[in-house]
Design a protein around this ligand. Structure first.
Ligand SMILES: Cc1ncc(COP(=O)(O)O)c(C=O)c1O
Length: 498
């Protein structure tokens, strides 16, 4: 760890020095401009009739016109995900389900849970989303407040993770006198943990994973100090879809009296049903002693509209550290359970409606289709000598090149040419496909395998082909100067709003 930090310091110094050289500056600006141009061309809606609105229109645009634009945009943007050509992203997407959710949303579009007196129904829906989710994750039925699993709804996986980290910080400060809090997470854990560390003054210590991409327990143990407030494991992690050894991490956390957060944002609504179907799943939920909190996203494999996640705690006292109250404000007494003030109550209503409409059997059937499709794709990849799987996949399949001369990012570009959108992984390079029921449609998995074979053959025959994303990912993956990569990302964000 110490050596790594020294090396990073040396690199940062070298990078700053290099950036003062005019030739380097010029070269960097050219590279940045290329990325910006690419982002701008890709991210602009391609609708001739849609004007730009740099200022408010003097007179309002007729509603029919707006609806027509939106309808046309929807028609342009739907085919890729609808035909199952995209990793994750739209997890259900069935027309009847989507129409039902829109109907429910419209009925409650005005509601705001911040004003519980006016909209008491949203309180019921939020509370039941939390309870149903806790039961799904095997919360014990008990009257003991220290063992009861409680939680809140949030706007997404990131907010659930932010809140859990803030909760541990405030808990450890109040109950253990920890002033310089540290959280230990495997390298594979989601960047929301970095964001939490950045926002809440917590130090995040990243520990290496093994060749199987699972958290290395010894490394986590070694990283613990008196300032450690929580350990993290994923079920599964986003990059490789691998479940960390949660029981062992939880035991370690319990032994030292610190929190243990399981990030089940991606898998929380799928793993219980995969397990029920008889597939082996590493224990990860509230049956595991020592697990003290879990983040889980109904808006992924729970098939609710985007904007709904749940954070759960073992022990009622823990949740109180998440809350915010202001008792002295001239605007009155103020209390909010999560990060935002006002919240879209309609999202909770639609989320609740999705969960109640699908039910256990519906989720089980989706899980069956997803696992059968994932196994089929996995077998197909295993038969390609040019590729190798990364870790033991369940429903998210990560793979990389098995041959040094095959650039996996060029395969990504070639798949994109053939209409597929996979996720690029780095350090080490790889690709992943999070299988959803979109991929379970007839013929989709076979079409993917066939296009993947074609893409590989193309790249082997044209190793010099540059592609669109391959140079960017190649650079990002290999460049020791991370400040340049950081600048590329910031310019990407700028370009989104320009
Ligand atoms: C494992 C994991 N954790 C957290 C998140 C963050 O969720 P969100 O994008 O809803 O903030 C994701 C998103 O893909 C994820 O896969």
């Amino acid at each position: 760890m110490g050596l790594k930090r020294v090396w990073q310091g040396v690199l940062r110094g070298a990078e700053k020095a290099a950036q003062r050289i005019p030739a380097v500056q010029k070269r960097l600006e050219t590279e940045y401009a290329q990325v910006e141009a690419m982002v701008r061309s890709k991210m602009r809606p391609k609708l001739e009739s849609l004007p730009d609105f740099p200022t408010l229109p003097e007179q309002g645009v007729p509603r029919e016109q707006i609806l027509e634009w939106l309808q046309q945009l929807r028609e342009q943007e739907t085919p890729l995900w609808k035909q199952g050509r995209v990793s994750g992203t739209v997890y259900h997407g069935d027309e009847h389900h989507t129409a039902f959710l829109s109907q429910v949303y419209a009925l409650h579009a005005q509601s705001n849970p911040l004003h519980a007196d006016l909209f008491p129904s949203t309180i019921k829906f939020e509370a039941e989303i939390v309870r149903m989710t806790a039961r799904l994750l095997r919360a014990p039925e008990t009257d003991d407040p220290a063992q009861q699993v409680v939680g809140t709804t949030t706007s997404g996986g990131t907010e659930s993770i932010l809140l859990a980290m803030k909760t541990y910080r405030d808990w450890a400060r109040a109950e253990k006198g920890v002033s310089e809090p540290e959280v230990i997470a495997p390298e594979t854990a989601h960047p929301a943990f970095d964001k939490a560390a950045h926002l809440f003054g917590v130090k995040l210590i990243r520990t290496p994973v093994g060749d199987d991409f699972k958290a290395n327990l010894d490394a986590m143990h070694r990283a613990m100090t008196r300032q450690t407030i929580a350990l993290v494991g994923s079920a599964p992690g986003y990059p490789h879809g691998v479940v960390d050894p949660i029981p062992q991490i939880a035991q370690l956390a319990k032994q030292y009296g610190v929190g243990m957060h399981v990030d089940a944002c991606l898998g929380g609504f799928l793993l219980p049903f995969i397990e029920a179907l008889g597939y082996p799943v590493t224990p990860w939920d509230f049956r595991v002693d020592g697990v003290t909190s879990i983040s889980v996203d109904p808006h992924k494999y729970g098939y609710t509209p985007k904007g709904l996640s749940v954070v759960l705690y073992r022990g009622r006292h823990l949740r109180r550290y998440q809350y915010f109250t202001a008792t002295e404000w001239q605007g009155g007494l103020y209390a909010s359970p999560t990060l935002p003030g006002s919240r879209p109550g309609a999202l909770s209503v639609a989320g609740w409606a999705a969960m109640v409409a699908i039910g256990k059997q519906g989720y089980l059937e989706c899980a069956r289709q997803i696992m059968e499709t994932a196994l089929h794709i996995r077998k197909g990849i295993e038969q390609m000598p040019e590729l190798k799987l990364m870790g033991e996949p369940l429903f998210l399949i990560a793979f990389t090149s098995a041959q040094e001369q095959l650039n996996i990012y060029q395969v990504l570009d070639q798949l994109a040419q053939r209409g597929w959108r996979l996720t690029a992984l780095q350090r080490p390079p790889g690709l992943h496909l999070a299988v959803t029921i979109r991929h379970a449609q007839p013929g989709v998995a076979d079409a993917f395998l066939s296009d993947l074979r074609d893409a590989i053959h193309y790249v082997k025959a044209h190793p010099e082909a540059k592609g669109e994303m391959a140079p960017i990912y190649g650079m990002a993956n290999s460049l020791p100067f991370r400040g340049v990569v950081d600048e590329v990302l910031r310019r990407y964000l700028d370009a989104l709003y320009d």
